[in-house]
Design a binder for this molecule. Structure first.
Ligand SMILES: *Cc1c(COP(=O)(O)O)cnc(C)c1O
Length: 399
């Protein structure tokens, strides 16, 4: 006390509230009658998890403990992959997957301009250049256009299974095999997604998942996991995530600290066993109902569904006329509609060095300008979904 002058402490307060906007965000996320956020409902009875946390305290193996091994085994088995490797976040899974593949300065990675920032930051932080290919009508990278973007420098294709909807996995795999360029998939939205009953992980060299609290398999903080069948990549990532150590006293390559906490693995193990199926089924069920009912509204355009693809609806999205006004109207009626996301990657301030401009990726821009995400989680009931639909109808009757 007394170290900081009053003016400095005021500056600290301002800095904190501008750089850490989460405390305010969290408050807003829980107040509405129909929320995106369902964490309070989901963890209403945390006792079975807390029991295991008490055991963890007795063991003391807080990072990469035995429960992390167990999680990696269970997760990789569920995905039909040889290896599952737990890391610090979904972002780190993407970054370390690229690093383990040897990608860096001078290389190019093909990806989508319509994604979350982390897909692009993972590429940029390796020193490689993100090369964008516009999306198609399903909001995923337009596979037809990938070959046009391939150069001598292309070292990976990083598609995103956006909102939990599998990309055009067959076409992308054909391209990958033809040009001998690996696929490192951003599957952060897509735990449980399948194509023609095959797990989406089967169609990529590496798939990366996020365990963030708002993702379909969610822990009590940050966490990520990647799967691969490639021994060399798995070996590489396991070293990269843990200071490049091969044993306690030998560092093979100066690397990173990006380990999955045992606490998070406890939560993930519990949810995989007791809840993930229900989470996925609930979302799919609610989405089917929304699909059916939203057809009645002319101003709403939901993407066509491909019956071969199992979309796990991390997000339920569509194009909505007068999007911003509708969003405000829904919020006013206690329904938490969100925009994921209003500015595509190529138009972000951070992407200035890539010299893109408005019009470069028209489909990504169109979706960014018109999209809205509606709550779809498994704790929503029919009455709430109907209220959401009726509120949207009311809005369009008024405009
Ligand atoms: C959430 C997310 C990530 C990053 O995952 P974190 O675990 O939050 O680091 C990457 N890509 C996409 C598409 C995401 O939605």
């Amino acid at each position: 006390m007394g170290i900081y002058s009053q003016s400095l402490s005021k500056e600290l307060d301002t800095l904190k509230s501008s750089t850490n906007f989460y405390p305010t965000q969290y408050q807003l996320d829980n107040v509405r009658e129909i929320n995106h956020n369902y964490l309070l409902e989901q963890f209403q009875n945390p006792e079975p998890i807390l029991d295991q946390v008490r055991d963890l305290i007795k063991r003391g193996d807080y990072t990469l403990g035995e429960v992390v091994d167990e999680f990696e085994r269970v997760f990789s088995e569920q995905c039909g992959a040889a290896f599952g490797i737990g890391v610090g976040s979904g972002t780190d899974a993407l970054f370390l997957a690229l690093k383990a593949t040897g990608i860096g300065q001078g290389d190019e990675v093909i990806t989508t301009p319509y994604t979350f920032y982390a897909t692009i930051s993972a590429i940029v932080r390796t020193g490689a250049k993100p090369v964008f290919v516009d999306i198609g009508k399903d909001y995923n990278i337009n596979a037809e256009r990938i070959p046009d973007a391939i150069t001598q420098q292309t070292k990976a294709i990083m598609p995103v299974h956006w909102s939990g909807n599998p990309c055009d996995v067959i076409k992308i795999k054909d391209i990958s095999e033809h040009y001998k360029i690996p696929i490192i998939a951003d599957a952060c939205h897509a735990i449980g997604a399948t194509y023609d009953s095959r797990k989406i992980g089967e169609f990529a060299d590496i798939s990366c998942f996020s365990l963030h609290p708002l993702k379909n398999l969610n822990v009590w903080g940050d966490g990520g996991v990647m799967i691969t069948d490639n021994v060399a990549i798995a070996d590489n990532v396991m070293k990269l995530r843990n200071h490049g150590l091969v044993d306690r006293d030998t560092c093979e390559r100066f690397a990173y600290n990006s380990r999955l906490d045992s606490l998070q693995a406890i939560v993930a193990n519990y949810l995989i066993k007791h809840q993930l199926q229900q989470t996925t089924d609930g979302r799919v069920y609610n989405a089917a109902y929304l699909d059916e009912r939203l057809k009645e509204i002319e101003e709403v355009k939901i993407p066509d569904r491909n019956p071969l693809k199992k979309h796990v609806f991390h997000l339920y999205m569509g194009e909505f006329k007068h999007r911003d006004e509708l969003k405000a109207y829904l919020l006013k009626h206690d329904i938490d509609a969100k925009v994921h996301y209003p500015i595509p990657m190529h138009l972000q301030p951070a992407a200035r060095f890539l010299n893109h401009r408005v019009g470069d990726f028209p489909m990504a821009e169109r979706i960014a300008n018109n999209c809205l995400s509606l709550p779809v989680h498994e704790f929503l009931n029919r009455i709430q979904l109907d209220r959401m639909i009726n509120t949207i109808k009311d809005f369009y009757q008024k405009v």
